[in-house]
Design a protein around this ligand. Structure first.
Ligand SMILES: C[S@@+](CC[C@H](N)C(=O)[O-])C[C@H]1O[C@@H](n2cnc3c(N)ncnc32)[C@H](O)[C@@H]1O
Length: 267
């Protein structure tokens, strides 16, 4: 019996993100920005959705928050646990689970955060409803996303064009980087959102160094390149297009990638 298409998609995503660990070196500084932007203070209850190796959850816990970290991918939760032990923050509660079915009670969280995480849940309506459900009255959300017009947004669109189509009804992740659409999605369940931007830098000695890193550590790229292994010409064309896409963002030995931050209080 075949599974529903969203379950299949999430099973693929779970496998795809397992190699993400080394990329957290570059998302670590962003986590400092998100925690400051979210205004997290000691004693607050914080949920980090799509925690990966735990960079945002651990940064919030260092401020004295009581933190829950959730991710679809068990390999990354294991790394998050190791990171928390190194940071001497063993009390963070880690769980494997889905942003579209949060395993937490209604009205139990002060701040729901996500850094390039909830944007990968396929149904924006479901994830907004879940984030709102777990928030206490007066609680807030704060998240970082990739804008569609900048490098990573364009890269995901490019990878998407070369991959099997997602199920009908799945929202493309970089739509979460469009402020007008974000405001529409939060609708009347949240007050009008506040936005800010930042730049994430990926160290890259050359474009091919950067591409190699992405092919090894960013699941959607990795899977796509694996699927072209039997067609060297296609792979070569794909790589040339990728390099052309990345080139304008490469200067001072880094790829510069803008991100969008959104903050909103529960209405
Ligand atoms: C780009 S990584 C970001 C990880 C981390 N927040 C960081 O900034 O380093 C995306 C993460 O979202 C997780 N993810 C994707 N879909 C998810 C879902 N439906 N529910 C929970 N986590 C999900 C992936 O497993 C992965 O860890």
């Amino acid at each position: 019996m075949s599974q529903d298409p969203f379950t299949e998609l999430k099973n693929r995503q779970r496998e795809m993100w397992a190699s993400f660990g080394p990329t957290a070196l570059f998302t670590t500084p962003v986590a400092g920005h998100v925690v400051r932007f979210a205004g997290i203070v000691a004693g607050e209850t914080v949920l980090d959705i799509g925690t990966g190796t735990g960079v945002l959850a651990i940064t919030a816990a260092r401020r004295g928050a009581r933190v829950f970290g959730l991710d679809l991918t068990p390999e990354l939760i294991e790394q998050a646990r190791e990171n928390a032990a190194i940071a001497r923050l063993p009390e963070i509660n880690w769980k494997q689970g889905d942003a579209e079915e949060l395993p937490y009670p209604d009205a139990s969280i002060d701040v729901v955060v996500s850094q390039f995480g909830h944007m990968f849940a396929p149904r924006s309506k479901v994830v907004v409803s879940e984030m709102r459900r777990v928030l206490k009255p007066g609680g807030r959300i704060a998240f970082a996303t990739w804008p569609p017009e900048h490098f990573i947004g364009r890269m995901f669109a490019f990878v998407g064009r070369n991959s099997p189509p997602p199920p009908p009804g799945a929202d493309p992740p970089p739509q979460w980087g469009n402020p007008a659409l974000v405001a529409e999605r939060l609708g009347n369940r949240f007050d009008a959102p506040f936005f800010e931007r930042g730049v994430m830098k990926f160290s890259a000695l050359s474009i091919p160094h950067f591409r190699l890193f992405m092919e090894r550590s960013v699941g959607p790229m990795q899977k796509l390149v694996e699927s072209m292994a039997g067609d060297p010409e296609k792979l070569e064309r794909f790589r040339a297009e990728f390099d052309a896409l990345a080139t304008p963002y490469h200067f001072d030995n880094a790829i510069h990638q803008d991100y969008l931050l959104t903050r909103a209080h529960a209405a």
